[in-house]
Ligand binder design. Structure first.
Ligand SMILES: [Zn+2]
Length: 111
């Protein structure tokens, strides 16, 4: 589905269908500046990741109590994905704020 997506680099608006990355972030190549733009994942996906992380941590604790050392491979990937998502969300919010400011300046509200 085509969406209007804001480029965090040049504030260009791209009407495009984003590709999902391996970790589930929508990504697209900006038509104006040519940069690859990553957007934060959907809330539903972030919540799913958190649930997986919770289950994984419970599993790890149960393993430790049982005297087993479990290797948190997938957990590290999930923590990385969520950490990066927080950064992407902030980046996009900052870009949206700049974009709104820019529009206000170029197109002042009629009084
Ligand atoms: Zn751009």
């Amino acid at each position: 589905m085509e969406r209007a997506l804001l480029c965090v680099h040049c504030l260009g608006v791209n009407a495009t269908e984003p590709q999902l990355t391996f970790l589930g972030n929508p990504s697209f190549k900006c038509g104006a500046c040519g940069n690859l733009v990553l957007h934060p994942m959907s809330r539903a996906r972030a919540i799913t990741y958190l649930v997986f992380l919770g289950i994984g941590m419970i599993g790890a604790v149960l393993g430790w109590l049982d005297g087993r050392m479990t290797f948190p491979g997938i957990g590290i990937l999930v923590i990385y994905a969520l950490g990066r998502d927080v950064r992407l969300r902030r980046e996009l919010q900052a870009a949206e704020a700049r974009f709104a400011l820019l529009r206000e300046r170029n197109d002042p509200p009629q009084t």
